[in-house]
Design a protein around this ligand. Structure first.
Ligand code: NAP
Length: 308
């Protein structure tokens, strides 16, 4: 028999896994497609302390618990990478590099990818001192001097994480106020081996086979200083990566997918949840909430679609 899914969830982060749980419990023929490790961005988060019910848990453990929940309900997880999404017709096509899947509805839950500085030397020295993941690569810089760019929760948490490994951490932020939470900001300011370099941007990354220094420009005074560092961590957030969607899906000025309060996009039967959509808050708890709403609305949509 031809297998047409009721709902395919693209992305196995907290939002996608929650959507899977709700869809399965509603009796839908559902699967989650995930190209890497279930958990999404939280897998690399050293400490989560704002997800209700867990005073403090590391992201990997939380992701593992969520994945155990998914497995306990026998929700299929297809480990493939999506190449193209064709979403406009009643039966939608999810084209992966290995197989193509058909489905009545789709929940887009593949988050966002890392933002780059786009300065000279960044690409050339990627993996040779330049990194986008402090928890993945931080251990390589024990006792060394590193710089970290960003002012959000990720940057603050990662600066604290690195300060326990490296000799010194320069935290470079383009404003003089942090976007991240006050309690993290206070810990960063109190840490002796973190030096704040505020109102400043990295203007160049230098080195031949490995990073040797970075050039930092103060936005107000326009003065430039050279910092000798062994590593540069770029933690300036993530942006949506929606190129794989072939159809005309509505996005906001920053490229995030526009949804209504039911997570519906402008394409019938297509929902978007979590970091990929134009939400006022990108947190684990809000991604999970989005997932529950989307799966509930997908259930109603599928009941109507099956009758067509
Ligand atoms: P974010 O909140 O979007 O912060 C990005 C930071 O990078 C901002 O400070 C921004 O500066 C700066 N930035 C952006 N583009 C830049 C550029 N081209 N050059 C220099 N600086 C640039 O990203 P995030 O910190 O990765 O966090 C993403 C979401 O996950 C947030 O909602 C965050 O609260 C959440 N999160 C939560 C936790 C937690 O609660 N434990 C941990 C990690 C992340 P401006 O401030 O000037 O815009």
């Amino acid at each position: 028999m031809e297998n047409i899914y009721d709902v395919l969830i693209i992305g196995g982060g907290p939002g996608g896994m929650t959507a899977g749980i709700y869809a399965k419990r509603a009796g839908l023929n559902v699967a989650i497609i995930e190209k890497g490790m279930p958990g999404g961005a939280i897998v690399n988060t050293p400490e989560v302390s704002n997800y209700t019910g867990f005073t403090k848990i590391d992201g990997f453990n939380l992701a593992t618990k969520m994945f155990e929940h998914v497995n306990s309900l026998d929700i299929p997880v297809i480990f493939e990478e999506v190449k193209t999404l064709k979403l406009s017709k009643d039966i939608k096509e999810v084209i992966c590099y290995e197989n193509t899947y058909e489905t009545r509805s789709v929940i887009l839950a593949f988050g966002a990818s890392v933002r780059k500085l786009n300065v000279e030397g960044e690409q050339k020295l990627l993996g040779k001192g330049v990194s986008y993941c402090a928890t993945c690569d931080g251990a390589l810089y024990k006792g060394e001097n590193v710089a970290l760019v960003g002012g959000g929760n990720t940057a603050l948490e990662d600066a604290l994480y690195l300060s326990n490994l490296a000799k010194k951490v320069y935290l470079i932020h383009r404003r003089d106020e942090f976007r991240g939470e006050e309690y993290l900001s206070k810990q960063v300011r109190d840490k002796e081996n973190i030096e704040l370099v505020l109102n400043s941007v990295v203007s160049r990354v230098s080195g031949e086979n490995k990073i040797e220094s970075i050039e930092v420009t103060n936005k107000e005074t326009k003065e430039t200083q050279t910092l000798i560092v062994d590593g540069l961590f770029v933690c300036i957030g993530r942006g949506p990566d929606t190129d794989m969607i072939e159809d005309d899906i509505k996005k906001d000025a920053s490229g995030y997918i526009v949804t209504d309060e039911y997570m519906r996009t402008n394409i019938e039967g297509v929902f978007a949840i979590g970091d990929i959509r134009n939400t006022p808050l990108r947190q684990i708890v809000t991604a999970c909430s989005d997932g529950a709403i989307a799966a509930t609305k997908a259930f109603e949509y599928v009941l109507r679609a099956r009758k067509k």
